[in-house]
Design a binder for this molecule. Structure first.
Ligand code: ZN
Length: 274
């Protein structure tokens, strides 16, 4: 048992411990606040190296349920019942358009857009674009893919995706991409489109909110940290946008797509409308 005589010797020890804990607190605070390591779609910070850039990204290489994937429609599981497409409850909403350095993202100004999947309510957080597409259908890539990212109360993520090919002008994307064409949008910049947007129209969902059949599987975020546990729903009905609309997006981002990942035995289901 150390007596009181030991106390003076302990003071420098305690001081150095205290000092150390302050030093340790510095980087720790930075860790919790810092944005994750810089990544890109090319070169030595591209998808093949994401897992090496930050310990938080290791799952990009080690995971067994990564996204995107190639959806082979000859191996789809079509359940007799009970495996449904989400019910979309989207409304006209004001958005902020942001260039986040990896894509163009639309952030709703309220939490009024929901989907219900397997009885759980998920709120739309943002939607964004990849070109060319990340998912492939029967090996085929598409010109553009939109991802609608939703979260439930517990932070679980569901992403609904739509694939686009060049073709007719898309009326829903018209104003959105006109903003890009007219004003451009530097990385980090934000702009507010003049008119609200109902994202349901991008899915070509009927006014009764009925969903289209969707491909469903369990995957991950397609950008670092590539977290798994994401429920994916990819619309089986590709949409169109014009050459000029595609060019407007591609003038900012082209090649912001992660390559398809190994299925590792995962099954892809056909989620049917209600
Ligand atoms: Zn995405």
């Amino acid at each position: 048992m150390p007596g009181p005589g030991f106390v003076p010797y302990l003071i420098p020890v305690l001081l150095s411990l205290l000092l150390f804990s302050f030093c340790a607190a510095g980087p720790q605070r930075q860790t919790s606040q810092r944005s994750i390591a810089a990544w890109s779609y090319t070169g030595d910070t591209g998808p093949a190296y994401w897992h090496t850039l930050d310990s938080a990204y290791r799952i990009a290489a080690e995971g067994q349920a990564q996204s995107p994937i190639n959806i082979d429609t000859s191996f789809l599981i079509v359940p007799q019942s009970g495996y449904l497409a989400p019910a979309f409850n989207y409304t006209e909403t004001d958005y902020v358009l942001e260039n986040n350095g990896h894509t163009i993202e639309l952030i709703p100004e309220n939490g009024n857009n929901h989907i219900n999947l397997d009885g759980i309510d998920y709120v739309l957080q943002q939607f964004h674009f990849h070109s060319p597409s990340e998912h492939r259908i029967d090996g085929k890539s598409f010109d553009l893919e939109v991802h609608f990212v939703h979260k439930d109360h517990d932070g679980n993520v569901t992403v609904a995706g739509i694939l686009f090919n060049e073709g007719a002008e898309n009326n829903i994307l018209k104003e959105l991409f006109a903003v890009l064409e007219k004003k451009g949008l530097a990385a980090g910049a934000r702009v507010k489109p003049e008119a609200p947007l109902n994202p349901a129209k991008l899915f070509a969902i009927g006014i009764d909110g009925r969903a289209v059949p969707l491909y469903r599987y369990n995957g991950s975020l397609t950008t670092p940290p590539c977290t798994e546990g994401v429920k994916w729903c990819i619309s089986s009905l590709p949409q169109e946008l014009s050459k000029a609309q595609l060019a407007a997006f591609r003038s900012l981002y082209y090649g912001n797509n992660r390559p398809v990942q190994d299925l590792h035995g995962r099954l892809v289901f056909m989620g049917l409308p209600f």
